[in-house]
Design a protein around this ligand. Sequence first.
Ligand code: IPM
Ligand code: MN
Length: 361
Amino acid sequence: MNKNIAILSGDGIGPEVTAQAVKVIEAVEEVYGHSFEKTEALIGAIAIDATGEPFPIETEEVCKSSDAILFGAIGHPKYDNDPNAKVRPEQGLLKMRKNLGLFANVRPVASFEALLSLSPLKEERIKGVDFVVFRELTGGIYFGQPRGRSEDGKSAFDSCTYTEAEIQRVAHLAFKSAQNRRKKLTLVDKANVLATSRLWRQVVTEMAPQYPDVELDFMFVDNAAMQIIQYPAHFDVVLTENMFGDIITDEASVISGSLGLLASASMGSGLGLYEPIHGSYPQATGKNIANPIGAILSAAMLLEYSFDLIEESNAIKAAVNQAVQEGFLTEDLNKENAKSTTEVGDKIAELIRANRSVLEA
Ligand code: IPM
Ligand code: MN
């Protein structure tokens, strides 16, 4: 298969972890006889430094002429505490999501059997956890207008808005996912307080008869924040709006043992973007210590969702599991005997090659 992949490594540890994901994709190309053309493009703080824009038009063009996008991370501390910064790296990510129509962000959360004892949560609670969060990605308070400051600068405001159509398109994906899983969908909202949440409940309830095999329930987000820690195994598919989804998926990452393990897919009208859910982790930048598994599992999602290469995607996941089992862990999971970012990437690429030669023998 011939395909084009846009590689947007971004800021901080983005380039280091993305390089491992690319290494793993190359192993897959070699072993399974594919050829993927990879084109690098700038996004985030690094793009601001080079062009003044966090998501330059050249980058948008590279994305639009690709079959899928692999993305690293965004953000730089020099912008974080500057209330007057006019351009921010994060605007690049938001603009990319909006301009490419990536309205659904899919974040799977599962515990690794070999890491159960490393999670801060009790083993018996997290054993067998396997759920997926559908986070709406191009609406809500992240994008609503008006937003800004009053003229005297003494008050600020953001608007949370949703339309029926915005809710329906992501909800359809979540219902369909539930049909292919354990057939349970939980809508997380704050319908006891927010008008937008009440619209979510109404729209999703009206859609439910189209998916009679799916059991739909509702949970307020504050309660969900607690249940995700207390009874994580109860969840199957979670559907929620943009900001709630941002928050509860960082929280959920604790279940697997490290934020560095979680991958995500952003989808919409065709083109898919794949990224680890972690940020740019400035303190670790350039130290070769960041966990590359979230990025590598994002590459596995890319092969599955955008290219329909299920066997190849499973080969990556199997190699990741094996590396984890063999204790190839970065310092977020193993302080005593930590492997470096590149060692973990090399190991996973090597396992993909080795597993295939075993199959062929
Ligand atoms: C994420 C990130 C982004 C978000 C930031 C960097 C804008 O936290 O992808 O979860 O809030 O969506
Ligand atoms: Mn986030």
